[in-house]
Write a protein that binds this ligand. Sequence first.
Ligand code: OXD
Ligand code: MN
Length: 597
Amino acid sequence: MTNLTNNKKANAWISEMCDLVSPANVVLIDGSEEQAEILRAEACRTGEMFKLNQEKLPGCYLHRTAVNDVARVENRTFICTTDKKDAGPTNNWMAPKDCYAKLTPLFKNSYKGKTMYVIPYSMGVIGSEFSKIGFELTDSIYVVLNMLIMTRVGSKVIEALGTDGDFVKGLHARADMDENNRYIVHFPEDNTIWSVNSGYGGNVLLGKKCFALRIASYLGRNEGWMAEHMLILGLENPKGEIKYISAAFPSACGKTNLAMLIPPAYYTRQGYKVWCVGDDIAWIRKGPDGRLWAMNPENGFFGVAPGTNEKSNPNALASTKQGTIFTNVVHNLDDDTVWWEGLDKNPPRNALNWKGEKWDSTASEKGAHPNSRFTSPAKNCPCISSEFDSSKGVPLSAIVFGGRRAKTAPLVYQSFDWKHGTFVGSIMASETTAAAAGAVGVVRRDPMAMLPFCGYNMGDYFAHWLDMEKTVPNLPKIFHVNWFRLNENGAFMWPGFGDNFRVLEWIIKRCEDKVGAEKTAIGYIPKAEDINLAELDYEIEKGHKFSIEDLKSILTVEKDCWLADVGNIEEFYSKIGDTIPEELKNQLAALKSRLLK
Ligand code: OXD
Ligand code: MN
């Protein structure tokens, strides 16, 4: 095979992998539109993708995954470190040599008769010192086309890599799609990711969760920076000043919605705006000014389609109108457009469901898969930040944690300091509610929303958070929000969506020392009068308009609920075991004693 790059290590590795998977030929992805167009045509010819109505949805395509391959597979995701303790009790683990031995036969000759696509990609702006380079080898054009949207791809990446640069080695094979042999494995000590027997985005777009979170969190710990499961947004005031916030929420808690929020009319009239820097991942490091700077290593959005509509997230919807790949949504056969539950109240009559079967929209079966997705270029987003392509990122004023809690967690509170803020992140949780099937009030801990994405021991990860304080003099303030409080009838007590801006405004005011707060056992809580409710018009239930009394009630610290939570946190910490930093154990004890006072 001729050398594809001028990097010896890259050439040697690509050639070694070729020997393993035995492709019929090898194509280097150069990032050009011409090559992408050839691949799109080829994917349509083989049925891997379908070209949608190019007048209504220019550059848009539809793809369906295998029916057994529709989501990330956490139980088949492994962190393979030499020492099991380095992966920690919250990750599946295999010894690297055992894992290579187990997976090598699955990859062996798996590209026979197929093309190997070699994708050189950069997470972050090409050539920025914040960025990192990877190669993904894949047998799937769908992967190539998604990576072209989600990352920065092509010859310029190879130039930036140079002769000696380091890179993450990603190998993907659809193989025979055997779900019993599906593996997503990470070798952080080798900068390597192997993914086999899946074609679903979260398992196969190796730049995203696998590299930008699992491998990057490991690299970040060694190199003194952080890879986080966080959105990044900029909040602009009428004077044109922009303050940046990053926020971590577990899945299904509205990260994409918050990242692209449109403030209530009361604010937009005055000139307030929200700018989206990223909706899923933040790489955060100390800047020369001693603050933390965050950048979004991705170049697109891999968003959940159901529930995205003109009201919940008009900016996300607008982002899907061109150059988008839809996966597992409804295909409207009348005009070759797409549909999903929650888009509007007009499901198509003549349509195929996500499995490609004729779909009866009046029957109870859903048309789109609940985890159906859109892959859209970030530049499509009407509120994309002017700093999106900045090579240094944006300075953070605040970090926000959040979860879906029917009770316990108030609308918003501020941590006392960085140590306490790290503790607040470590106890993040979401709770099943009456709206979802299953038991009500079951708390699932998901520290910093990183439980499925941390590439090393969770206790060591907490220690790394605490350590940032030693080197970063000007840390952001840390907050916790909960948009999901329910009343006794199961109705949402806070309007959410655009009105969450009112809470962000309070957060920024706290960062600027412009507003007071009440010190409570769990942290600083706003005085109800300090959250601006101007023109807020929300009906919690028929005949029950949201009032300041309701606000007061979701700002109350209910000690009984919190004491029950402390028990649950103790259990969770004990599962992580002896790597939990002393500092966090002390924080937990201090919380308990403040609550008992
Ligand atoms: C997720 C995602 O699962 O971003 O968190 O897809
Ligand atoms: Mn995510």
